[in-house]
Ligand binder design. Structure first.
Ligand code: NAD
Ligand code: MG
Length: 292
């Protein structure tokens, strides 16, 4: 059977809607496909142990569910107010017959970053895969509208959080391990309304290449995934102005926003032995927008 990528998933045509940051997946209108009914595993990560930041919703949730169905035990982090979303993902991991570990907290807190890694390692009995996925994205009408406080919050969440979690994880990662960062089409085509956020996404590409240079000779692969417009709670929780929430993603060459589950395969590939010769790479899943 051949499926047309323009129509294989339901077209997202969201009405204007607003949620408080960080937003809940279960309140999205329409609901996004995180793989609950659509992702089928093939045992490609049998016995692995993975930590996924922001694994409660959106892309991180789709990756968590996919990893569990591929045979991995999965730890997820998220903010305490996202517990209703996390509960859905924890149930899916356990239904797949795998161990789930959930540890809510704020990645802006350095102690939490370290505790998250240590508690996940203890709960899962090791760590083979780290997915740095959590981020904040708050739109602003240009540089002068980004307050110093907002800038600081974005940097501390997206940059400091990823740096600290990765640094703590390195003590536990052995040859065969895989680190994956989440970049964005915004790393290459920054929107004037997302200047601070876009900077942090370019940094994910840069860090994954630099860290790959350090770790690949030690048998640890490091890569990034760069999504295009994906329908997740990031967008209607001040991630975009309201006029961009309605019609979200329809400017992509495929003519529609992506669903989180459409990113799962990229993260599974980069974590699995199928990507054994892939390190220092950024894999775009942009709906057809070219990346450099
Ligand atoms: P999402 O809102 O579902 O996920 C982001 C998660 O980040 C939240 O669930 C939350 O748990 C976490 N987070 C935010 N601030 C935090 C903090 N201070 N402490 C701890 N956790 C915090 O949205 P998503 O779109 O699935 O985002 C996942 C990743 O994908 C992000 O890195 C984002 O930059 C990236 N991305 C998304 C898109 C898109 O169109 N949705 C496009 C490109 C890249
Ligand atoms: Mg969330």
């Amino acid at each position: 059977m051949v499926n047309d990528p323009r129509t294989i998933f339901p077209k997202v045509d969201p009405p204007q809607q607003i949620q408080a940051e960080p937003g809940l997946d279960i309140k999205l209108e329409p609901l996004a496909d995180i793989g609950l009914d659509s992702y089928q595993g093939h045992n490609r990560l049998a016995g692995r142990k993975a930590l996924i930041t922001g694994g409660d919703s959106g892309i991180g949730a789709a990756v968590a569910i996919a990893y569990a169905r591929e045979g991995a035990d999965v730890a997820i982090s998220y903010l305490p107010e996202e517990q209703p979303d996390a509960d859905r993902v924890i149930a899916a991991i356990e239904e797949a017959g795998r161990t789930a570990f959930a540890y809510p907290g704020d990645l802006k807190d350095a102690d939490y970053c370290r505790e998250l890694v240590e508690k996940s390692v203890a709960a899962l009995g090791g760590l083979d895969i780290l997915v740095n996925n959590a981020s904040r994205q708050i739109w602003a009408e240009g540089l002068t509208e980004i307050s110093d406080e907002q800038f600081d919050l974005t940097m501390r969440t997206n940059l400091h959080g990823s740096f600290r979690v990765t640094k703590a994880a390195l003590a536990h990662l052995k040859p065969g391990a895989s680190i994956i960062f989440t970049s964005s089409i915004q790393a290459y085509e920054p929107s004037p309304t997302l200047l601070d956020y876009a900077m942090t996404k370019a940094a994910m590409n840069n860090l994954s290449k630099g860290l790959a240079a350090e770790l690949t000779p030690k048998g640890i692969r490091v890569n990034s995934v760069a999504p295009g417009p994906i329908w997740t709670p990031l967008q209607p929780s001040h991630g975009q102005p309201q006029e961009k929430v309605a019609g979200f993603g329809q400017q992509a060459p495929l003519g529609r926003a992506g669903h989180p589950v459409e990113l799962a395969g990229a993260y599974v590939f980069l974590a699995s032995d199928e990507a054994s010769y892939v390190s220092g790479e950024t894999l775009g899943a942009t709906g057809g927008s070219p990346t450099p």
